[in-house]
Design a protein around this ligand. Structure first.
Ligand SMILES: [Zn+2]
Length: 133
């Protein structure tokens, strides 16, 4: 086992490895693998094969600069989506507050839960609106 690890370490030396883009590709592979079992036709089968090839190519690539450029592009392109996902996550974890959008300026306002019907003053524009918490 130790020998295998040595060999693997030597093999991976100077190679790119796994990044966020590769994790995303692996996610697509898993989803299309499941879909290929249920959806007739070869579309998801080929997406699975291509996804595996692409993620292995990137993982074992020695062109580290190009791979990290790809990863940066991926991160830039998905920054908005990932930010709103993490916002959604932290909001669903926040059981003691409600989140409302101010009707006049779209600012999100966080208020404590369980206060009944309250008048909320927007901290940004000073506008008031009534919500049930
Ligand atoms: Zn406002």
């Amino acid at each position: 086992m130790g020998r295998f690890r040595d060999r693997l370490t030597r093999f991976m030396y100077g190679r790119y490895g796994v990044d966020q883009l590769n994790r995303f590709l692996m996610g697509i592979v898993m989803i299309s693998l499941v879909l290929s079992l249920f959806v007739p036709g070869r579309v998801f089968y080929w997406i699975t094969v291509l996804g595996i090839l692409l993620s292995y190519f990137r993982m074992f690539s020695k062109n580290i600069r190009s791979r990290s450029q790809e990863n940066n592009k991926y991160l830039q392109a998905t920054a908005g989506i990932r930010r709103s996902f993490s916002r959604m996550k932290s909001r669903s974890r926040d059981k003691s507050h409600c989140y409302f959008k101010c009707p006049s300026c779209r600012q999100t306002v966080r208020v404590p839960k369980g206060k009944g019907k309250i008048c909320i003053t927007c901290p940004k524009c000073g506008g008031e609106f009534v919500k049930r918490t």
